[in-house]
Design a protein around this ligand. Sequence first.
Ligand SMILES: NC(=O)c1ccc[n+]([C@@H]2O[C@H](COP(=O)([O-])OP(=O)(O)OC[C@H]3O[C@@H](n4cnc5c(N)ncnc54)[C@H](OP(=O)(O)O)[C@@H]3O)[C@@H](O)[C@H]2O)c1
Length: 264
Amino acid sequence: MWIFGSKGPSGFSSSSTAEEVTQGIDGTGLTAIVTGASSGIRMETTRVLALRGVHVIMAVRNVDAGIMATPFMLSQDNIEMQFATNHLGHFLLTDLLLETMKNTARESNTEGRVVNLSSEGHRFASSEGIRFDKINDESGYNAWSAYGQSKLANILHVKELARRLKEDVVEITANSVHPGAIRTNLSRHLGLMNSIGHIVGKFFLKNVQQGAATTCYVALNPQVKGVSGEYFFDCNIGNPSSKAKDADLAKRLWDLSFNFTNPK
Ligand SMILES: NC(=O)c1ccc[n+]([C@@H]2O[C@H](COP(=O)([O-])OP(=O)(O)OC[C@H]3O[C@@H](n4cnc5c(N)ncnc54)[C@H](OP(=O)(O)O)[C@@H]3O)[C@@H](O)[C@H]2O)c1
């Protein structure tokens, strides 16, 4: 559990939990789709959104794992199981949902929100940001750089989406989030490093209750109403890398992703 951190303009800090940043908010009548919800940060996000009355659809690739991981949630009738994805998957899912979201926002006069779970790891992307010419380069694969590129893509995706939504004058916001460094199963492929990390992490990393705070804050808190195209860090607006602010890069990635997900 992380115990340090001073409060930012939002009144919350790196030690705030998801329950704290959504305290008193009534999410009844809202629907959220949480991808990868069978574990870690997004499982806690699901729990807290449901706690606030939101109808939550858990998008998990392994429904059995989702059921095993969340027996306590299945007693609630506002959670459903679906399937899950990665950058292109999130791009496609968002694209498929967008017209419905626009109609719902207009008809209900309620703001829709897209929240991409990115990471400070986006800074590990290569110097060109997105390697358009080597997007699936197995020969030169580097795990950190590939992770960095995928997290940079999460930020660029919502940046371009936010721009398009503003053009459409529709009440939907799109933001990305760095959740902090959290003890989850994310590092399970790192062997010994993972074991050491889990022991040391007890004292120096966030727990999942704190790790889900920024996502829940951006998804539900009224303070964020109308804020779009931003990168949030510890429940406050953060400052991502220069590549993550590059509007041309965001547009190029959008076009590439659209072509991948809409083959002729
Ligand atoms: N933990 C951190 O310190 C940290 C820091 C910064 C950012 N993040 C970001 O936070 C997000 C959640 O991470 P976490 O720490 O909560 O990890 P986690 O406990 O490992 O959970 C990851 C979830 O994503 C699903 N998933 C993974 N790869 C997938 C794929 N290719 N297709 C579909 N589903 C997939 C997993 O499903 P299965 O159960 O089926 O494997 C699991 O439900 C990630 O995007 C990560 O980059 C985490």
